[in-house]
Design a protein around this ligand. Sequence first.
Ligand SMILES: *[C@@H]1O[C@H](CO)[C@@H](O)[C@H](O)[C@H]1NC(C)=O
Ligand SMILES: *[C@@H]1O[C@H](CO)[C@@H](O)[C@H](O)[C@H]1NC(C)=O
Ligand SMILES: *[C@@H]1O[C@H](CO)[C@@H](O)[C@H](O)[C@H]1NC(C)=O
Ligand SMILES: *[C@@H]1O[C@H](CO)[C@@H](O)[C@H](O)[C@H]1NC(C)=O
Ligand SMILES: *[C@@H]1O[C@H](CO)[C@@H](O)[C@H](O)[C@H]1NC(C)=O
Length: 528
Amino acid sequence: MIKFSFTLNPFCTCNIPKPRSKLQTVNGFFRPTAEEKAFSKTHPPFLFTKISALFLLFLCFLLYPFPAKHAVVSPCSRASRIINIIFNSPTILRWNVVGNGKGLECIYRNNYTEEEEKGVAVLSVDEYNDIQWLVRCPLPPTNFSSVVTLRSRGTITIADTTVVAMNYWENLAYEAVLDGNTAVVFVKGISHRQDKASDPNRFRCHFGFGNQNYILTSKALTAAQEVVRCALPKSLEIHPEKSQGIRATVSFQLPMRNHHHRTIFVPSVAKLSSSKFEINTPKHDLCVCTMLWNQADSIREWITYHSWLGVQKWFIYDNNSDDGIESVINKLDLEGFNVSRHVWPWIKTQEAGFSHCAIKAKSECNWVSFMDVDEFYYFPNLPGHGALRTLVSNHTSSPSIGELRTRCHSFGPSGLRSPPKNGVTVGYTCRLQRPERHKSIVRPEALDTTLMMWAKFYRRVATYVADWKDSQNEGSRDRAPGLGTEPIEPADWRLRFCEVWDTGLRDVVLANLDDVLPRGRYLGGIDI
Ligand SMILES: *[C@@H]1O[C@H](CO)[C@@H](O)[C@H](O)[C@H]1NC(C)=O
Ligand SMILES: *[C@@H]1O[C@H](CO)[C@@H](O)[C@H](O)[C@H]1NC(C)=O
Ligand SMILES: *[C@@H]1O[C@H](CO)[C@@H](O)[C@H](O)[C@H]1NC(C)=O
Ligand SMILES: *[C@@H]1O[C@H](CO)[C@@H](O)[C@H](O)[C@H]1NC(C)=O
Ligand SMILES: *[C@@H]1O[C@H](CO)[C@@H](O)[C@H](O)[C@H]1NC(C)=O
């Protein structure tokens, strides 16, 4: 049995220099004094332990340091502005879908006069998986109820029973994936226990061809965090290729009076899929899973840089972006970066998304890093090109190592007033002294069957603060410290979080990747 036991930097507190006084301010931005420059040279800030090899530069707050100008709709209101709809694609619709939904309408029915209908053009259409499409509709106009159907402009009404407004589904099986001789089903609304595994005997798994037509039933093997692992029914185990596209769901017993129970079937849009990876192809050494929303501007720099460090494959889980990130990703993929995008529109399902990604990556990757688009690995003491890949692949043959950990440093706005034109790796040069949390690279094969790892070491890191006004995470360590919830930029914001002048990453990028920086060459000087 493989255990997660290995850390490169096991203790966050060893040998950390004492926090030092704030750097000197010159004309509103920070410059290192001669003494500090000398200090940085003799004390590379990341050499914490003798075995320190891996260092994660953590830029989590960097992409949002300009709240006043870059105010984004709060995540909640953003989510409630769209209605996600999943439907099975009749081939007749493909042309509509290829044209990104032009010609498709969401049809709403008047609450008071049953006959009156209103059609509104869809916001976007996405591929949900090989078999299903995701359509985004605007909220219904006043006095109209939520989407009742989709219509091809003209006359064809899409009569599809799975056309349902997903936002209103509290209970839903939304994804299912084959994993060896089990099926993993992702379900919303079956458990309120965040960190604990549930008793799998409470659940049964069902497979079939429609919401009312589940012909096969099997045992639930584990259940945790709304992820249920099911035994495969014998007939599917013998012919796994036939399971592709079969609908899956779970049922549970609802206690009633007199010791009776009622069986509740969770509604499902989840269809079984499996990894298409050729078994004979050698695995990638290192892949990355990420979950993002509207980061089209930053993703090229992030992927280019980490590919140079040795990342070979990217799984991008896209949470309803509408900034054209799809075309950026397609372009990167065409350029040979091996990037794929997966639509992941579900609310509060980030850990589930990473579990899903881990299963997908298992057949293709020896190691998977789970990270955000504003986080960068950086090695002060290793040659850069391919360094991360060499480092992780050095541990592939030690089966007792299931996780590699690094510590992270947060960079502040570094005196900037607007997002740096030369990319974040070059623009951000000032950070906090103390490392804050850790990041993990895991061996997906070593994940335990409940996929509960996230509860243990990912959960806190997982909530990304897309909006500094979002008070939901108030008090959490994932929030930039010192942020209020008032919609004004704190006066000293751009000078915050600046304790150490650290140009290590910038120097590496300028020396090695200058010509691939997203926004042209670095022109010198500091953007203030
Ligand atoms: C996607 O974004 C919405 C709106 O911000 C949020 O409520 C939801 O939890 C996000 N989903 C994931 C998986 O992060
Ligand atoms: C909604 O319906 C009510 C009751 O029929 C009506 O008074 C109101 O004007 C309607 N609002 C709109 C925007 O149509
Ligand atoms: C119309 O009906 C839907 C549910 O069918 C409800 O959610 C909505 O609030 C109603 N709208 C109005 C204006 O009554
Ligand atoms: C993309 O994947 C292929 C194999 O599937 C590999 O040969 C190639 O090096 C990868 N590209 C990058 C940039 O790592
Ligand atoms: C990987 O292992 C080789 C051989 O043991 C060693 O020379 C090299 O320094 C290691 N590289 C890293 C990045 O740990």
